[in-house]
Design a binder for this molecule. Structure first.
Ligand code: ADP
Ligand code: MG
Length: 502
């Protein structure tokens, strides 16, 4: 045995370690998203992807107009394990492990060339896995300059003031045996829909923060929540502070198929189809990590992605300060909620799933369904530009009676109503509602029939005595009034001669 303090110097063998890292499980589209993350962090406003088909000599390049790197920064960028994943990152940094550029690239190609331009000079370095494999000393030979065959591609950078070009050559993991030009075109389609989804928050708006071009064509954002459609339902936003940051949540229920045109319906499905695109959409700094998953939540072994809940999609916004809590992986394609967040997520999901299930089953318009429009409700939702406002409906008999009788107290009563309207505990209700398994309307029916009966009698009496309605007309009106419409038996049992008192 060695004595303490003595050690063996044991660096990994370069070729073998990199070969192993190739199997991390990236797809071409997730690998490209990881490269684009770096462009975004480097403040690029444009990213140009070029796919060039040439059989086994095909290549893919990613050019950005970000801040670029000087020679020293480029050398650091090309090294593996140069940055510590535990370091705090700028809040808009999309990186974490200091590996993405290398691992994402090696998962697709054997020749990685990175050229970068900054302060009017261009630097270029490359990793060549075939050179590493053939080297006698197992060393980390980072080659200087481009390979002769890539010279011409580097000219892409010439016209830029600053920016970075990543070039993947020898695409052995893409252009495998039998892979044809058509397969290459199909791959471009997949990349397109994946990036349109992953970066949709960056790509949308009149003046998007980022524009991505694929072989010259601008990419259009894909919004998983179909917020532009009038029949899409959205919950209020919930903010939950946890650990080192604030997490923001919002549930959405997309419209029933019948309310969408065929093309709209197909587009809204998403790259992987309706069923698997349901659930949570987890964003880190507005970059999508998880595109539809119930995250292992739900009773027992976790909810399955069934057809009935395919319209449920929930946005979860994380800052990058909670990476460790959420177990963000190197590929940035999985996230696992910390234990303390699970109950909030589960409550919200239950509620959204329930609503999605109803929309799916009844083809019901999520907001203001026609059946409900005929019922007089105590609350109405006013949709305004800056959000939804909940107002007490003064035509509701229980409210009307008081307002009619208020006399001198009328201003105070109105002030009270406004105070109640302004302080509806939306988030609280939302979460509590999600914890139940029953439909939301059920809440007023639980064991409160006695309360309902006494309110009912007061209003019924008012209708007959003060408004001069007939008992039949009063009963009919109550059958159309929330929440009494849920208690037809109580209404039927009201006496023709109202009880005396009050
Ligand atoms: N397109 C780019 N523009 C400017 N700098 C870049 C670019 N790509 C990578 N870098 C630099 O290389 C470093 C390493 O990148 P990467 O291996 O993806 O790890 P991470 O993104 O986790 O830091 C980045 O932190 C950044 O400093
Ligand atoms: Mg990165």
């Amino acid at each position: 045995m060695e004595e303490p303090g003595m050690f063996l110097h044991a660096p990994p063998k370069a070729a073998a370690l990199i070969e192993a890292l190739r199997g991390l499980g990236y797809s071409t589209e997730t690998a490209l998203a990881d490269i684009i993350d770096n462009s975004i962090t480097a403040r690029a406003s444009e990213v140009h992807l070029a796919f060039r088909w040439s059989g086994a000599n095909s290549d893919i390049s990613i050019l950005d107009n970000g801040v670029g790197m000087d020679a020293g920064q480029l050398e650091q960028a090309m090294r593996l394990g140069e940055k510590d994943p535990l370091d705090e990152r700028a809040s808009d940094d999309l990186g974490r492990f200091g590996l993405g550029l290398k691992t994402a690239s090696f998962s697709q190609c054997r020749l990685l060339t990175v050229a970068s331009r900054r302060d009017a000079s261009t630097s270029c370095l490359r990793w060549d896995l075939d050179v590493l494999r053939e080297s006698a000393d197992d060393g980390w030979h980072l080659l200087i300059g481009p390979a002769p065959e890539s010279m011409e591609r580097l000219s892409l950078l010439n016209s830029a003031r600053t920016g970075t070009l990543v070039l993947w050559g020898r695409l052995d993991r893409i252009v495998t045996q039998g892979f044809s030009e058509q397969d290459f075109l199909d791959l471009i389609d997949r990349v397109e829909s994946h990036l349109a989804m992953v970066f949709h928050r960056y790509l949308e708006g009149v003046r998007p923060r980022l524009r991505i071009f694929i072989n010259g064509e601008p990419l259009r954002a894909w919004d998983p929540f179909l917020r532009s459609h009038a029949a899409t339902w959205s919950s209020p936003e919930i903010q939950q502070s946890h650990g080192a940051g604030v997490i923001r949540l919002q549930g959405h229920v997309l419209p029933h198929r019948d309310r969408l045109a065929n093309l709209e319906y197909e587009e809204a499905a998403g790259p992987r189809g309706w069923a698997v695109q349901q659930g949570f959409y987890v964003y880190r700094n507005e970059r999508l990590l998880v595109a539809g998953s119930w995250l292992g939540l739900g009773n027992g072994r976790g909810w399955l992605q069934g057809e009935a809940h395919s319209l449920a999609r929930i946005r979860v916004d994380l800052p990058n300060s909670v990476d460790a809590d959420w177990k963000i992986d190197i590929r940035k394609s999985t996230a696992r909620p910390p234990v303390l967040m699970r109950h909030v997520l589960t409550a919200l999901a239950e509620s959204v799933r329930q609503r999605a299930g109803r929309v799916h089953a009844h083809r019901q318009q999520p907001v203001n369904s026609p059946e409900h429009a005929e019922i007089v409700q105590a609350w109405r939702a006013d949709h305004r530009k800056d959000g939804v406002q909940y107002r007490i409906d003064e035509s509701h008999p229980a409210v009307r009676t008081v307002l009619d009788e208020a006399g001198l107290l009328l201003p105070q009563v109105r002030a009270m109503l406004r105070a109640i309207e302004e302080t509806v505990p939306l988030q609280r209700i939302w979460l509590d509602e999600g914890k139940k398994n029953e439909a939301p309307q059920a809440s007023s029916q639980d064991g409160s029939a006695e309360d309902i009966r006494s309110v009912l009698e007061v209003i019924y009496r008012g209708m007959i005595r003060r408004k001069g309605m007939s008992p039949t007309a009063a009963r009919a009106s109550l059958l159309r009034t929330d929440p009494f419409n849920s208690f037809p038996d109580l209404i039927a049992a009201l006496p023709d001669e109202p009880v005396h008192g009050g």
